[in-house]
Design a protein around this ligand. Structure first.
Ligand code: SF4
Length: 248
């Protein structure tokens, strides 16, 4: 099996999925039903990273399958981004009780899973969804998703800042091969373009049962615009790659 082929990546991800299925690295293992590892194309151009699984995801083990998942799928459909061409995961593999925000030690315990997924998928673009994902992945920047959504930026791999050492490879469970310099260098710098979380859109652009009106604050519309930009960006990168290949 050739290294970095789709078959090899699928095999590596399946091994990780099996390993994390029984994870007890944080106390969320006591209340979860399933670890929601992540799903999608192993060579996805876009890697979407949300906050944590909700109730439906916890029951099914599938990311983004509840109400916010339905909205997320609708947004992709509206922007002609094919679901089968992306990979979707969350910062946390397990649902926090009552859907509360992740605690720092829970998030840190799950980082190796997220970083390993980033490493293996090796996407062209990472899309953090929501404030928590943005803050965790753009570590060191005090950003708010409502101000930063749609802003393209490059970020060093978060393990740099979190581990605090020169190589940022101190997180237990990371699979970066230390001798794979080119790959590691590439992986330690990536492009991100954040969007608001679909659950936030559901909350903000909602049906008001008192006024009996759908009250939109425009979050769904602005997210569609950003996702369209993301699709165009990916198409542009592919065109540039194709031109380089043709003239090589
Ligand atoms: S949230 Fe992550 S680290 Fe915590 S038990 Fe679940 S899979 Fe393990």
């Amino acid at each position: 099996m050739e290294k970095w082929s789709d078959e090899w990546k699928r095999d590596q991800l399946n091994q990780l999925r099996t390993e994390w299925a029984g994870c007890k690295r944080c106390k969320l293992c006591e209340t979860r039903k399933n670890v929601v590892f992540g799903e999608g194309n192993v060579s996805a151009d876009i890697l979407f990273i949300g906050e944590a699984p909700g109730k439906e995801e916890d029951i099914s083990g599938t990311p983004f399958c509840g109400d916010s998942g339905n909205l997320f799928h609708g947004l992709l459909l509206a922007t002609k981004i094919k679901l089968e061409s992306v990979f979707i995961t969350n910062l946390l593999g397990c649902q926090p009780p009552e859907n509360r925000h992740p605690q720092r030690e829970e998030r840190d315990a799950c980082l190796a899973r997220v970083f390993n997924i980033i490493y293996l998928i090796d996407p062209l673009l990472i899309v953090p969804m929501g404030d928590i994902a943005l803050k965790a992945l753009a570590k060191g920047r005090d950003w708010a998703i409502t101000e930063q959504q749609g802003e393209l930026f490059s970020s060093p791999h978060p393990s740099f800042k979190i581990a605090g050492d020169q190589n940022g490879l101190e997180i237990p469970g990371l699979i970066f091969p230390k001798n794979d310099e080119a790959k590691r260098k590439h992986c330690l710098e990536y492009d991100m373009l954040p969007i608001v979380h679909p659950a936030f859109i559901l909350k903000e652009d909602s049906f008001d049962s008192q006024t009996k009106k759908f009250e939109s604050k425009g979050w769904a519309e602005s997210t569609v615009l950003i996702l369209n930009r993301i699709r165009q960006l990916i198409e542009q990168i592919h065109t540039e790659h194709e031109n380089v290949r043709r003239h090589a």
